[in-house]
Design a protein around this ligand. Structure first.
Ligand SMILES: Cc1ncc(COP(=O)(O)O)c(C=O)c1O
Length: 472
């Protein structure tokens, strides 16, 4: 039976909603080739819209070749219309639609609790600008030409030594390739490792939707594995021969757990047994506020773990500088693909970064940023404590975001819109979940780019709106 709901509060027309609901079912093979679907009259009655709406949607589907309307026999799914079920999650758009201004009675400055935005107001502009100028004037003409695809030698040397000291990464500079952020590193890794025979990628669930989209876009099937406050649960991995397992062991996104050594070893054993790789995304491990950061997984199994890092969080996303540390057997393929993709990252920016590191500004900047993020985190925790009696913070005392679990509250579309109209944008963990239903009372609150007073104001708005919902 074809059954779905239309939403009259959506910006999309009802015809568009009916069209999309049927289209994705056809593409995903939920509605099978030659299957008869309800008449426009029947469907209109079932979903509670006028018959004209369904007729219009059917005509659009017919004109695009998805269905045949045969006079007096009925409406049928056309053949050759389904694509692999692997694309399912991509097409379904599992995300809640973003709240919009046009549904609010007045326009406010929005306090955006988006995770992953660093403190752009603290970018070391003066020092960076000074080095940019020096580099531009000092470097030989040859450095304005094409360079090695794997990146600037000076930067790779600085990086190898930094990663060894702070993260326990075992590598020589030649194993590093500088990429356009972690995003490009993950995209190229997927292109190399995902094949027709080995097309699945195991991911933590919930997981960052950006990275999941990268895997899907590059032809992977996603196998979600439950994740608790200590990260992915290896014993829940189904029988599978994936191309790789994607994990964020130092600070799982979004739940914020650190993967225990036992689970790390279990994962490495799994990778050995199934002959696959582990891709370790280490995007924000610099910011640990208690104890010292856990060492990387790569250090435990350098030929099994591909280590991905980025300067987007420590410095700024706009730089687009990330990197990957590769096992030897993948180096040549990865370097070739990087060359075919964009030849190499901007060399001048890489030289600036290498000097920024060599002259000690980088470690100083990390120390400064740690202090700033810790203050912002404390402001968030204090504000939550000031306004709410009952909540639980999930995850480690690290990074630029935290997850708060509230008893009974469901962060659904309506509540998110109300919060937005009152001036805050928040992100339910449920949006990042592949298997839905377990996280709708949890919010992911990024504090990296918010000043302390904005954080306090944001939490007070959160409290007021939630209180009104409970006692209208
Ligand atoms: C889990 C995760 N890793 C890494 C990144 C960094 O990506 P990039 O280095 O391309 O900016 C992000 C960005 O939001 C992220 O969510």
């Amino acid at each position: 039976m074809l059954l779905f709901q239309v939403d009259r509060s959506e910006d999309k027309t009802l015809t568009q909603q009916v069209y999309e609901e049927i289209r994705w079912r056809i593409l995903e093979n939920v509605l099978k080739e030659n299957e008869k679907i309800p008449s426009s009259r029947e469907l209109a009655k079932t979903i509670g819209v006028s018959r004209n709406i369904v007729l219009e949607a059917y005509h659009q589907l017919e004109s695009e070749g998805y269905i045949h309307i045969k006079q007096r026999s009925g409406t049928f799914i056309a053949s050759g219309t389904s694509i692999s079920h692997l694309r399912k999650k991509d097409l379904q758009n599992t995300k809640q639609p973003a709240p919009t201004d046009n549904k609010c009675s007045s326009k406010k400055n929005i306090i955006d609790f988006k995770a992953g935005n660093p403190a752009m107001d603290h970018f070391p502009r003066k020092v960076w600008g000074k080095i940019v100028k020096e580099v531009c004037i000092d470097v030989p003409d040859s450095l304005f030409g094409y360079q090695d695809e794997s990146g600037n030698e000076e930067l790779k040397e600085e990086l190898a030594s930094y990663l060894e000291t702070t993260r326990g990464v075992v590598c020589v500079p030649d194993q590093i390739v500088i990429t356009s952020g972690a995003t490009q590193a993950l995209s190229l890794i997927t292109k190399i490792l995902v094949t027709e025979e080995k097309d699945s990628v195991i991911v933590e669930d919930p997981v960052t939707d950006e990275m999941r989209q990268i895997f899907l876009h590059n032809g992977a099937t996603i196998i979600p594995v439950d994740t608790d406050v200590q990260g992915i649960i290896p014993s829940n991995i189904p029988q599978a021969k994936p191309s790789f397992v994607f994990v964020i062991p130092s600070h799982q996104f979004p739940l914020g757990g650190t993967l225990s050594i036992q689970r790390r070893i279990e994962l490495i054993n799994f990778a050995e047994k199934q002959n696959c790789y582990i891709v370790e995304d280490d995007y924000d491990s610099e910011f640990t506020y208690e104890g010292s950061p856990v060492r990387s997984m790569q250090g435990l199994a350098p030929e099994k773990v591909i280590y991905v890092g980025t300067f987007s969080k420590i410095l700024a996303p706009a730089l687009r500088i990330g990197y990957v540390v590769l096992p030897h057997e993948l180096l040549s393929d990865f370097r070739k693909l990087k060359w075919y993709t964009d030849r190499h990252n901007s060399s001048l920016e890489q030289i600036v970064l290498a000097r920024f590191m060599k002259e000690g500004h980088f470690l100083k900047h990390i120390r400064n940023m740690k202090r700033i993020y810790q203050r912002r985190r404390t402001a968030l925790v204090n504000s939550l404590e000031k306004y709410f009696d009952h909540f639980t913070i999930i995850g480690e005392n690290t990074g630029m975001h935290l997850v708060v679990e509230f008893p009974v509250i469901q962060f659904d579309k309506k509540l998110l819109q109300q919060l937005y109209c009152e001036g805050i944008k928040v992100y339910p963990v449920e949006e990042y979940a592949i298997n839905k239903g377990n996280h709708s009372n949890k919010l992911l609150l990024g504090y990296g780019s918010l000043r302390e007073e904005e954080i306090e104001e944001g939490v007070s708005i959160l409290f007021n709106v939630i209180s009104k919902c409970k006692h209208p």
